[in-house]
Design a protein around this ligand. Structure first.
Ligand SMILES: Nc1ncnc2c1ncn2[C@@H]1O[C@H](COP(=O)(O)OP(=O)(O)OP(=O)(O)O)[C@@H](O)[C@H]1O
Ligand SMILES: [Zn+2]
Ligand SMILES: [Zn+2]
Length: 804
């Protein structure tokens, strides 16, 4: 019998979902664990590649010669058994490779080529002893694959005993920042004695002694320095006299170190209480139930989440809470941290790699019990989960648009089953899929139909821009909107204005020949940006100077068309010279912390108007905002997509919900060229239930989700005919496996047929029940590996968010 490790290898050009067997070298037999990364020889040339150990088995000595594990990349598992199991399911359900899924679950620093260091973490463990195993010179650029198996084994044991660890050297941030922690060595009795021995005018020393006599808990040196305004010198005297002990401790980078205001649970209203009780009952009874919490904007969903988390913690469990990408996170993080303080770990894309890694380690070491984060936080290495919450569950950002193309909701469901804990999906405008599932009692529907304290929903006015323009109004601002803004300025209330297009104007056109300046790499017009004085492509980032004469006919009559946030800001300022305007879009929030700053300024009344793209539509809770204006409600409606109405309704309802959340009444003005469209009409009354029924009818007619499942397959190539040919080939291969009830759309070019100099062709399959489809597509995926060399990229998206 021999010990065999099953390893999923990382070979990008030859990916497979099956694990390879490797012999475990004797010195590593006890140290190699499932979930560690290893270096193994692979292929004929015995090239060294990294891989994940996913199983360890005893086998009768195999007939063919097995290769040996080369070395351990980790001294401890980086993924636990649950996550390894999850990766397998994820690979299958998203048609991707297991290695891609495993890597997706790790923080960036562990994926990239950062250098590693060996650190002693147990202060009782001696440097000399470690030096016996490995010379100190090898600690700072620690490369496990350069070591003998015996050395690796020894180090692994030390890690297990928590004496050492591997740290990653993150650019310009020393890994694991160290600070001194101070522990008092004196008590009240000694205080008098010591004070008597000190000179009267040694004020600082006396203060220090007095402080130490009362301070029982360890305190960080910087905090102490500030508190007593003493110098390091004074503290060192204290150390020399034996009044205190100083010890180096690791300080995590804390992106939210500013003091959080501690908040207490609010007294719930009846509906909140009913919803909470359903959830806590599931937590208590360990039921993997999915709840859909449908509550109008401002109905207090967040408070229900917080109390459900509190309940889970009280039961000795942990919690995961997902929030949509970054825009919403600052306010939400503040609210969760305000309730649970240090127990919270935050994971989202706004953090640096180092910060994310620190938070990830805190979770892994069970130092954090609540994880709040964006999509990928669903892979947090947290255990013993008691409740999972997905706020704004309808948000598209929960679906990753690159491999693995997973939806966080599906991963959450898997983990909820694994831990037998409830999953709570919350929204004022649930996705049609989720709402339909609650109709069939797959999910349990919980409703919060009213705003807190009986505050009414804001009054919504729909403005027909066709009429407005005929009566000579401004392009961007109707008379009623201008009047409403003016009123707010007079009464010192705040306004939020949304325009779903950034930049200055959406395109430029020659009035003589109709020429529109397009991106050379994509089938899309370039957007004018005044602040950078350039034309930019929002798809590939291409940038070029603003043309003064038409490149086509050399006419000088080049005009700007369409409006972006930049131009509106300028016009708004002209209309209201004294108004203080903040702009929030991708361009103004590129820098780290910019989001937080803009929102803080608005919250502090340093501005009257917050103007932005859809980024400002969700989650914001500012009591003095009484006006919300939507400058153009039609941008989403015009897209050739089956979800266009759903997106429009959701966006309008969400953004309307920002108005009148506290005592003062709210008003919403929506400008549109399609005032009769049902998505806009129903957003007027914010009647989700009516919208749901109407939209379900239309989806049923069109055979779209949630009545049908969908699968999108896309081929990309530099040459259009190659992309098209591949799609026809795929379709021919699939046909025999499809039943007569499946509907195939395409092959067709994508609505934007060319992006970044590649042509895209797609097919969409709509189906109800196709038992052979999964296997057939998996096979096509495996075979497509060989197309890589021909430059054809195949992408498979199960249940895509749109067909665009
Ligand atoms: N039981 C309660 N008593 C008093 N105030 C409450 C209660 N529950 C929530 N609130 C307050 O009401 C406001 C709206 O609540 P919250 O932000 O949780 O609503 P929401 O449903 O999550 O909103 P949205 O979906 O619009 O983001 C908040 O300021 C919150 O502090
Ligand atoms: Zn021209
Ligand atoms: Zn482009």
């Amino acid at each position: 019998m021999v010990q065999i490790a099953k390893v999923i290898v990382d070979v990008p050009t030859m990916q497979t979902n099956s694990a390879y067997s490797y012999l475990i070298p004797t010195p590593l037999e006890n140290e190699l664990k499932i979930g560690m990364r290893v270096v193994v020889p692979f292929g004929n040339g015995n090239r060294k590649v990294q891989g994940f150990v996913v199983a360890v088995e005893m086998q009768v000595a195999p007939i063919q010669q097995l290769k040996e594990i080369d070395s351990l990349m980790d001294l401890e598992p980086v993924l636990n058994q649950e996550l390894i199991q999850l990766s397998k399911w994820l690979a299958s359900s998203t048609f991707s490779f297991q290695i891609t899924c495993l890597l997706t679950m790790l923080p960036n620093v562990m994926r990239a080529k950062y250098s590693k260091q060996l650190k002693i973490v147990d202060k009782n463990y001696q440097r000399q002893d470690l030096a016996k195993i490995l010379p100190e010179s090898a600690w700072s650029t620690f490369e496990p694959d350069q070591l003998s198996k015996e050395q690796q084994s020894e180090l692994s044991k030390l890690r297990e005993q928590n004496k050492i660890e591997i740290v990653y050297q993150v650019k310009n941030q020393a890994q694991a920042r160290q600070i001194f922690q101070i522990t008092s060595q004196i008590d009240a009795e000694e205080e008098t004695e010591i004070l008597n021995s000190l000179r009267k005018n040694a004020t600082k020393l006396r203060e220090l002694v007095h402080f130490l006599a009362e301070q029982k808990d360890p305190i960080n040196q910087p905090v102490l320095e500030k508190k007593l305004s003493v110098t390091v010198g004074t503290i060192k005297i204290g150390e020399a006299k034996g009044w205190l002990k100083r010890k180096k401790v690791e300080q995590y980078r804390d992106p939210y170190k500013e003091k959080q205001v501690q908040t207490k649970p609010l007294h719930l209203n009846g509906e909140q209480q009913t919803a909470l009780t359903s959830i806590t009952t599931s937590i208590k009874n360990r039921l993997a139930q999915t709840f859909l919490l449908e509550g109008v904007t401002g109905s207090g969903k967040t408070e229900v989440y917080l109390q459900a988390i509190a309940y889970a913690l009280a039961q000795g469990k942990t919690a995961i809470m997902l929030v949509p990408e970054i825009a919403l996170t600052p306010q939400m993080v503040t609210r969760v941290k305000g309730r649970f303080g240090k127990q919270v770990a935050v994971l989202h894309s706004g953090l640096s790699d180092g910060e994310k890694f620190d938070e990830w380690r805190r979770i892994k070491r069970h130092e954090a019990q609540v994880v709040v984060g964006a999509r990928s936080a669903i892979f947090a290495p947290i255990e013993n989960v008691g409740v999972i919450i997905i706020d704004e569950e309808h948000e598209t950002s929960y679906k990753q648009d690159d491999t693995p193309r997973y939806h966080a909701r599906d991963v959450a469901k898997w983990r909820s089953k694994f831990y037998n804990c409830p999953l709570v999906l919350g929204s004022a405008t649930p996705s049609l899929e989720s709402r339909a599932r609650s109709e069939r009692h797959v999910y349990q529907l919980l409703k919060l139909p009213d705003r807190i304290n009986g505050h009414p929903l804001p009054k919504v006015k729909i403005i027909d821009m066709r009429e407005e323009l005929q009566s000579g109004a401004d392009q961007n601002f109707s008379t009623p909107l201008l009047t409403a803004i003016n009123q707010r300025l007079q009464t010192k209330q705040q306004s939020i204005l949304m325009l779903n297009r950034r930049g200055y104007s959406s395109f430029i056109m020659c009035r003589d020949c109709g020429f529109v300046l397009k991106c050379p790499n994509c089938d899309i017009s370039l957007t004018l940006h005044m602040d950078s004085h350039s034309m930019k492509c929002h798809y590939c980032g291409h940038e070029e100077p603003i043309p003064q004469i038409c490149p086509n006919c050399h006419s000088r009559k080049i005009r700007y068309y369409g409006t972006g946030t930049e131009k509106v800001q300028q016009e708004l300022q002209t209309q209201f010279p004294n108004a203080r305007i903040l702009r929030m879009d991708v361009d103004t929030t590129r820098r780290k912390g910019a989001h937080e700053r803009i929102l803080r300024q608005f919250g502090n009344h340093q501005a009257d108007i917050l103007l932005g793209t859809q980024m400002i539509a969700k989650g914001l809770d500012f009591p003095d905002v009484t006006l919300v204006g939507v400058l153009n409600a039609d941008t989403a409606l015009e897209l050739p997509d089956f979800r266009a109405s759903e997106r429009t309704f959701q966006l309008l309802t969400q953004v309307s919900g920002r108005a009148g959340r506290a005592e003062k009444l709210g008003e919403v003005v929506i400008q549109t060229f399609n005032p009769d469209h049902y998505a806009i009409q129903l957003a007027k009354t914010q009647n989700y239930e009516n919208f749901f029924r109407k939209e379900m009818y239309i989806r049923h007619q069109g055979k779209y989700p949630p009545y049908y499942f969908t699968l999108q397959i896309t081929a990309a190539h530099k040459e259009e005919k190659m992309a098209a040919a591949k799609m026809y080939e795929v379709l021919n291969e699939l046909r025999p496996y499809l039943s007569g009830t499946a509907i195939v759309l395409g092959p067709t070019p994508k609505p934007i047929a060319r992006i970044k100099d590649k042509y895209y062709y797609q097919i969409v399959i709509k189906y109800k029940n196709e038992p052979k489809l999964h296997a057939a597509v998996t096979k096509i995926l495996q075979e497509s590996q060989s197309d890589y060399r021909k430059g054809v990229q195949l992408a498979i998206d199960a249940q895509p968010q749109s067909f665009m």
